[in-house]
Design a protein around this ligand. Structure first.
Ligand code: SF4
Length: 51
């Protein structure tokens, strides 16, 4: 699909990323790899797939 205007993303290595820095999925899942996340870096896009 075209870019999803509700989901901006700059992860260009992901196969769902568009050139215009948007995600092309209808929805994504965000999670964490930490037990007690405190900063943005603790969160991850779990829908990421390598291009
Ligand atoms: S799936 Fe996640 S990492 Fe990939 S483009 Fe969409 S928001 Fe970005």
């Amino acid at each position: 699909m075209d870019k999803n205007p509700s989901i901006k993303c700059t992860v260009q290595q992901c196969k769902y990323n568009s050139a215009a820095e948007y995600c092309t999925l209808n929805e994504i899942l965000v999670g964490t790899h930490e037990q007690n996340p405190k900063v943005p870096e603790c969160t991850d896009c779990k829908s990421f797939e390598l291009k």
